[in-house]
Design a protein around this ligand. Structure first.
Ligand code: NA7
Length: 542
């Protein structure tokens, strides 16, 4: 690991790889590190059974280089983790990135040296790095909530969090397996392992709205089709509301009930996230529209489950929360998995899990479910979690984790007041996994950061930081936009309510990916009015 850098990139997932490439192309002395043993980020860690895209693969790719785009061919519309991980290896190889990455290296502390205008960074490998800029490409959903239950370490079988699923997998054949959690992750696990295990017990707290996925195989014709549309995709995708290829198309108020129904049926049959992200934007703002669309989805789910007991446990109820205010998972035979004889759904809504015993899962009423393996699909400390787990100290000894424990604020979701020369991606108050195709958002965020670093250096300065007033302005705008949506009223990782004690705020910017891009570009074009640049007279190395 080099001891002296212009820029240190933390993380080598979708954001980190591209950030490293850009800064290197700009001529900076840049290095990246990752706690993992290889590139991939989310797609390195989430190697649980059934992990796959819910975004169409061909829009998840970077759109900055046609040759790079066309050099990779997907096998299906929504490929699985092994193929996605191979794609990330392809990116690292094609851009020759590994020579500037230290793997199995975790950043432990980063401290801003005010007199030098530089960061002093330490790793768990004993490295000490002096760098002008730090870019935390640490992922929005990368801080797994691993310790969720009392005495879980006493469990005598294997207990794993999906975000830390072991390389090489677990042998589940013939085993009694518990899955805790039915978010987007749990659903993928459940539908995949149900036919393999001896007995599957699923602990369901909040039932999820789900949409069936259609996942055709891709051959030469499909590859020709999407590769031939590179220019069109590059032009359109960055400006849609969600960074997907499609956009909201219809206006609820202009249509008769029969017309609305026909549209919902048609979009539902597409087998993608379109029903959520390309139907009626009113579902996010108008309770009545939300309820009608929610009931449409519930009806589809009930028709597949048939059994009243399963419907009671697995289908959201009117008044619970609206379709689309949680992350909507796509599924393949997820509901049908519960119709199998070896699968049991256990509601823990009024009867929570109180403890993990050596032999299994114990509920409040004393029932114990004896199992061999527990898969915890219980989620992440989203947005702020990954950076807050690093000991980061900014100006005046202020700790980032402590700041965010009080109030989760950022400027444009890209920097934080009091933390000069520290950039972040996938962070709170920027568009991210909620309502955004991740690569679209991360490509834009890393490009903006590269530009900002270039502009700072070109101005003859060596320090850039948000002003307090600039941060106030962004937080106010973010909150006004977010609080107008029904998302703000629901409990999920979108609002941070899945982590006890976390300050509540909608974590992702909800004003639209295209709008956000335009706002960020305007800030840069206007000379960074929400920021100050300064020059530390005699930069010293630490
Ligand atoms: P999520 O979406 O946060 O889902 C976590 C699930 O785990 C959810 O069903 C939770 O129920 C459940 N959970 C959490 N704690 C408990 C306890 N103590 N008892 C029972 N059930 C519990 O995480 P995912 O990993 O599925 O998805 C995160 C994102 O990653 C996803 O949205 C994609 O963008 C990729 P709850 O809803 O809290 O009642």
């Amino acid at each position: 690991m080099p001891a002296n850098l212009d820029a240190l990139v933390i993380g080598t997932g979708v954001a980190g790889l591209y950030e490293l490439h850009q800064l290197r192309e700009m001529g900076l002395k840049v290095h990246a590190c990752d706690a993992a043993s290889d590139v991939g980020g989310t797609w390195y860690w989430n190697r649980y059974p059934g992990a796959k895209f819910d975004s169409e693969a061909y829009i998840y790719q970077y759109l900055f280089d046609e040759k790079l785009y066309a050099g990779w061919t997907w096998s299906e519309r929504f490929p699985g983790q092994p193929e996605i991980e191979r794609w990330m290896h392809y990116i690292a190889d094609m851009l020759d990135l590994r020579r500037d990455i230290s793997f199995s290296t975790k950043i432990t502390t980063a401290t801003f040296n005010e007199s030098a205008g530089r960061w002093r960074v330490e790793t768990d490998q004993g490295d000490v790095i002096d760098t002008q800029f730090v870019i935390g490409c640490t992922g929005m959903l990368s801080a797994p909530l691993t310790d969720r239950f009392p005495s879980q370490s006493s469990f005598k079988g294997q207990i794993v969090h999906t975000g830390r699923y072991p390389k090489g997998g677990l042998d589940l054949e013939g085993k009694r397996v518990a899955v805790i959690g039915t978010g987007a992750t749990g659903i993928q696990v459940i539908q995949t392992i149900a036919p393999i295990v001896d007995k599957l017990t699923v602990f369901v707290r909040t039932p999820q709205y789900v949409l069936p996925m259609k996942n055709p195989k891709y051959g030469p014709d499909e590859a020709h089709w999407y590769k031939g549309r590179f220019d069109e995709l590059k032009t359109n995708i960055p400006h849609t509301f969600t960074g997907f290829e499609y956009d909201f198309q219809h206006t609820w108020a202009n249509l008769s009930p029969a017309e609305r129904r026909a549209i919902l049926e048609e979009i539902h049959a597409d087998g993608s996230l379109k029903l959520w992200l390309a139907s009626f934007a009113e579902m996010f703002f108008d309770e009545a529209v939300s309820e009608e669309i929610s009931e449409f989805v519930r009806e589809k789910m009930r028709a597949r489950l048939k059994d009243p007991r399963l419907i009671e446990i697995l289908v959201p109820k009117k008044g619970d929360y609206g379709f689309g205010t949680h992350r909507v998972p796509l599924e393949t035979q997820y509901l049908e998995a519960y119709l199998r004889d070896n699968v049991e759904a256990v509601s823990v809504r009024g009867n929570p899990i109180v403890e993990i015993l050596p032999e299994g899962v114990k509920l409040e009423d004393g029932t114990v479910y004896e199992v061999d393996t527990i898969i915890m699909a219980v989620g992440f400390d989203a947005g702020s979690g990954a950076l807050a787990r690093i000991d980061i100290t900014g100006r005046d000894g202020v700790k980032l984790a402590e700041e965010w424990r009080q109030d989760i604020r950022t400027t444009l979701g890209l920097m934080k007041f009091g933390f000069p020369n520290l950039f972040m991606t996938g962070a709170p108050l920027a568009p991210s996994a909620a309502l955004c195709n991740m690569t679209t958002c991360l490509q834009q965020q890393t490009e903006w950061i590269a530009r900002c670093i270039g502009d700072t250096r070109a101005s003859g300065n060596n320090v850039i930081e948000p002003t307090e007033a600039g941060e106030d302005e962004w937080v106010r705008h973010h909150d006004e936009t977010a609080n107008a949506t029904l998302i703000a009223k629901t409990n999920s990782w979108y609002t941070g309510s899945n982590v006890p004690g976390k300050p509540r705020r909608v974590l992702s910017y909800t004003g639209g990916v295209g709008t956000y891009r335009a706002k960020c570009d305007a800030v840069a074009d206007e000379g960074y009015p929400m920021f100050t640049m300064s020059k530390v007279a005699a930069p010293q190395t630490a």
